[in-house]
Design a protein around this ligand. Sequence first.
Ligand code: SF4
Ligand code: SF4
Length: 474
Amino acid sequence: MAETLVKIAAQHASHDSHPALDSHGGGESMHGSTRMVGPSAFDAYHAPEKDLLRECVHCGFCLSACPTYSLWQDEMDSPRGRIYMMRQASEGAISLSGSFQVHIDNCLGCMACMTACPSGVKYDLLLEATRAQMEIKVPRSLLDRLYRRMLFATFPHPKRLKWMAMPLGLYQKSGLQSLVRRSGILKLIPARLSSMEALMPAAPAKSEPLPAFLPAQGKSQMRVAMITCCVQSVFFPNVNAATARVLSAEGCDVVIPQEQGCCGALMTHTGEEKEGLVFARKLIEKFEADPVDRIVINAAGCGSTLKEYGHLLRDDPEWAERARAFSEKCRDLSEMLTELKPRAKRHPLPIQIAYHDACHLQHAQKIRKEPRQLLGGIPQLGLREIPDASMCCGSAGVYNLLNPATAKELGERKVENLLSTGAEAVVSANPGCLLQLASSLRDRGIHMPSFHTVEIIDAAIRGVSVKELLDSRQ
Ligand code: SF4
Ligand code: SF4
């Protein structure tokens, strides 16, 4: 182990010219020697906690689970290496700029390392605190700043997304999109822009707006509120409609607060904590207006942030308790449906599907068995397991828009594994994953229909045929 850590330090020296890297003196280091502990590179407010950093015993069990380590075999792009760098920064041995920023930016935030870690290291809290400080303290290039601003100015705003959906529909339906994709012009523009084009969802078909309230079918078991999610509500309204129908069919009175804002997940995961918390407070307030037993979310990435509100707002005297109460009520849809127990009859759905675990469901929320149990409960449905299921598909929030080359490699690997299952369709619980998979499949010239888990459950409850289901994706 000591040998490995010496190697990490050597790698630091070769990657980061910060003079503090070479400073040694008093104080305990991670590899047992002593060195000067200088002022932390982090501000005191919400710095990565030293006790949490010390929980990593450098065993390396997380290495093979980490997508970036599996791609590059570079210790600094492993969870152990990143934690080591955070600790060095907290001891004042390195700054948050240079290679530190590069390796933290490279992290997908997929949390596969947390699932693999036998010591229970809370990498999510460490990463979140690190990114929040990095965004404040380390300036980014003008282009990077502008690009990030553009993402944050669109994705968390359903109204702006709706405006974008109109020209997008024109671009797709006029045939311009196929022309552009065939022309090879996308190879000539910056990778971030071409990845944005490749990941564009299909313009949504016209759909009925969701009602503010949908009563339970039969005797009500519970009163739940539904989070509609920004991207989901605009580009996948069918998923939200299916969610409301299934909850109602399973005995829930469903409250759907109108004009919901963003949950702030996008900003929180990328270090824009302050902005993320503004959204969080507004959403809490919105959902306090009509008290419910549970708050249900059908998007994995948003769900993990909603469950963290209590922690994110822990220091805010006005909001800490309200955030904790909100988070306590939050359930992923698959958790909710498992808790309710199936009430509505499931009709046979003879189809072979591959279930793709979204990282923010399987690693961040530890939800793996519930979706499988729900899908497995549908008569005649065949559930195929994707090899190497714990590995990220490269979507990771807006990671595929910020780091397109890495995301592409991971997408290709995932699709290889997906195709090996021989499934007719792929199912997941995160819009970002479904878009990433569709783009990687398209790169191979393959169209595989994709669905949210709840669309399959809804189809089984409504007795939709496999043909109708597959035709809905043509
Ligand atoms: S994060 Fe966990 S698994 Fe990885 S090196 Fe540290 S203790 Fe070991
Ligand atoms: S969050 Fe994912 S990419 Fe980041 S260190 Fe952990 S396993 Fe690796």
